[in-house]
Design a protein around this ligand. Structure first.
Ligand SMILES: [Zn+2]
Length: 309
């Protein structure tokens, strides 16, 4: 199969404070779901450690050095109210970024066509020089930069259906016409950005959803407002911030999407990738904090992502 999941047990070594929603059980639940008959044959690869110079493709040099030097053996370092580095966190962070870089390398050397990066912590809130919202380094932004700078792709699309706006990704690429960023997210909700009027240099496409909106509203936002922009952009590679916290069961959002809605969106993304990007897609796990919702939604995403391969 021309597909691989990138995952590494280092994802278990990042342990935020007790009761934190972005917890190791998310990864354990996802891996358990991968062991069921419909997904158990998906090829798996472990992740490389990202190198500082790769992370600096999307982040400020002094910020990268600060994060990489922050870990202490005997303390949890709080970077904001809900984003902390404890013993083992750095390993998890570097593998999460490295997995995305590995996926780009394997896809652009034609080893595989599509991939999923199953890692934590997530990344899409991390800005050029700021950790926030459980995120330290922006894995999807670094992967996009790696595809452009190392593999010389001209046009990369980043699609984000996490219930929270990918403010970090938007801020990293808001002046970059060769990267298109399209997002659905609940508004109002953390981090507060993501209005339709935020257009970057014409490359940013936001479609906020209201609390209580359903899967049909989510589908309509993509179908009517976001997919046409991606289609016109003709990306050579599609990266997806696949957060599953717009699921109806999720405790952090108020959107009422079901697993099948994530499958539907993914089917459409596959069509776009087949039309423009030689089928190439990499999904990145972002949020998703209800374990059942995460498990069902991830399965739907992977089923659609691997269809026909
Ligand atoms: Zn989220």
């Amino acid at each position: 199969m021309s597909f691989a999941i990138y995952l590494d047990d280092a994802s278990l070594s990042h342990n935020p404070t007790p009761g934190h929603p972005e917890r190791p059980a998310r990864f354990e639940t996802a891996v358990l779901r991968l062991s069921e008959p419909d997904l158990k044959n998906l090829p798996r690869r472990t992740a490389s450690l990202a190198k500082p110079e790769q992370i600096k493709l999307a982040h400020a040099e002094n910020y990268v050095d600060f994060i990489l030097g922050a870990e202490r053996d005997d303390a949890i370092i709080m970077l904001d109210g809900d984003t902390s580095i404890g013993p083992g966190s750095t390993q998890a962070i570097l593998k999460a970024v490295g997995a995305g870089i590995d996926a780009v390398d394997d896809i652009l050397s034609d080893n595989i066509t599509r991939a999923f990066v199953l890692a934590r912590p997530p990344g899409h809130h991390a800005e050029v020089d700021r950790a926030m919202g459980f995120c330290f380094f922006n894995s999807i932004a670094i992967a996009a930069q790696h595809a452009r700078k190392t593999h010389h792709l001209k046009r990369v699309a980043i699609l984000d259906f996490d219930v929270h706006h990918g403010n970090g990704t938007q801020s990293i690429f808001c002046d970059e016409p060769d990267v298109i960023f399209a997002s659905t997210h609940q508004m109002p909700l953390f981090p507060g950005t993501g209005a339709v009027s935020e257009r970057g240099v014409g490359n940013i496409w936001n479609r906020p959803l209201a609390p209580g909106d359903t899967g049909n509203d989510l589908r309509t936002a993509w179908e009517k407002h976001l997919f046409p922009a991606i289609d016109e952009f003709e990306p050579e590679l599609i990266l997806v911030s696949a957060g599953f916290d717009a699921h109806i069961r999720d405790p952090l959002g108020n959107i009422e999407a079901e697993a099948s809605d994530f499958g539907w969106i993914t089917d459409r993304i596959v069509e776009l990738a087949n039309a423009h990007a030689s089928g190439r897609i990499i999904g990145f796990l972002e949020g998703g904090y209800d374990l059942q919702g995460l498990s069902e939604s991830l399965a739907a995403h992977l089923t659609s992502l691997t269809k026909g391969l």
